[in-house]
Write a protein that binds this ligand. Sequence first.
Ligand code: SF4
Length: 475
Amino acid sequence: MRFNVPTLRAAHPAARALISTPFAYSSSAVRTKNITTSAAPSVSFVSLGCPKALVDSERIITRLRAEGYALSREHKGADLVIVNTCGFLDSAQAESLEAIGEALALNGKVIVTGCMGAEPEKITAKYPNVLAITGPQQYESVLDAVHRAAPPQHDPFLDLVPPEGIKLTPRHYAYLKISEGCNNRCTFCIIPKLRGDLVSRHASDVLREAERLVTAGVKELLVISQDTSAYGVDIKYAASLWKDRLVRATFLDLARELGTLGAWVRLHYVYPYPHVDDVIPLMADGVVLPYLDIPFQHASPEVLKRMKRPAAQAKTLARIARWREICPDLTLRSTFIVGFPGETEKDFQMLLDWLDEAALDRVGCFRYEPVAGATSNDLATPVPKEVTEQRWHRFMAHQQAISKKRLKRKVGTRQQIIIDEVGPTVAKGRSKGDAPEIDGAVYVKSKRPLRVGEFATVKIERADEYDLHGTAVGF
Ligand code: SF4
C-alpha cells in the first residue's frame, strides 16, 4: 500500500501532533535575568511517500525536537527546510522535485533526504544549490547536515541532555566516531552487511562534537570507525566550515585539527594505506598521540588474500621501520586471527616470524570463528579446533615475550600518565602508549592523592608482562 503525505503539516494526524506540539514551547523564550533569551533554530519539514518514509520523517523530527529545534509551519522564516522525498514512481519523483523547488524558492536552505537521495544526481541536475542530500534511513547524516546549517542551541535550564550527549565512558575520555559502515569486504566480517558502506561525517561535525567533549572535561579523544584511514572517501573529502576555516574530510586534516583542541587524540582502526605515513610526523610533533591501532590480522600473503584484507602487506615491515625512525616513541597495537580456514603450519610460522620482525607493542589474538553469513567459512578446509587452540597459545606466548621486551625499554623513563582509578595506596593510569580497556596499565605511587582524570609525570621503575609501575614525580 502506498499513500502520499503532501506535507506532515496537513495530512497525517500523528504528524500533525508532532508538528503542533512545538508551538507550545516555541521559539523565543523570554526568561528572568541571568537566563539568556534565545531562539531555537526552526525547521520546516515536508514528508512525501509511503508509510516507511513517514516513519523516517517521524524519527528525524523526534531527534530534532529532542535537540531543541522548533518546527515551523511555513518554509518562509524557518532556518532551513528538510524535504523527505519519494522516488517510487516517475510521478512521485516529479512531486519530490517540485517540493524541493518550492522550498528553495521560499527559504533557500534545503536538505533533501529519502528515496530520491539514493540518486543524488537527479536532484543536483535540477537544483545544484541544495545544502545536502542523504539517502533513506540516513538519520545521522540528516542530523549532521542540520547541525551544519543551523547549529543546535544548548539551554542548560531546559535541556535534559548535556551538550556533549550522554556518555557511558568515564568523564575524562570519550570515543569519537568519525564514520559508520565500511567499504571493505574482509571475508570473515559481516559488518558491511549489517551496517552498509562507509558513511563519513563531515569534519566540522566531528570537530564540533570533539570540542563539546573537551569543554565538558574530556582529556582524551579515542577516534573510532570501522576503517579510520578511509575516512572521507565516500564524501570525496568534502571541506566543511570549522571556526573560520574550511577543513577537508581527510584522515590527516581531521587528525591535525583534533590535535588543536588540547586533549590527547588516539587513533584506532587505521589500515596501513600509504597516506597513513603522513600522520606519523604529527605524532612525532605531539599533535596526536604516538599510537597506532592497526588490525593486521595475519602476515601470510595466502591467508591475507583469502581474508581479502585492504592494503598490501608486503612492504608493511619496511613501513613500520620508517615510522619508528620518524617517531621513535610510536606504540603499535594490532589484532590477529589464528585458525583461519586453510591456514597451514607454514602460514602460522610465517606469522610468528613476522611478529619477531615487527616487534609490535600490544597485540590481541582471536581464534577464528565461523560467523554465520561470512564468506570465509567456505573458502578452504577449516582448521581443526584443537589446532586453532594450540596456535592461539603459541601465538600468545610468542608475543608476550616481545611485548615484555618492548615494555621494559620504558623502565627508567619519565612518562606522562592519565589517571583512570585511584586506590588507597596506588593509582591506576595509562601512558600515551596505552588505550583504555584494551592495553595495559601504569600503577602509580604518589606522595599526594591523585585524582581521576588528572595527568601526572611518572618515573617508571618496573615492568611486567603487560603493565608498568612507577612513582609520580610531577603533576
Ligand atoms: S574487518 Fe573491518 S575493514 Fe574488514 S570488512 Fe569488517 S569492518 Fe571492514
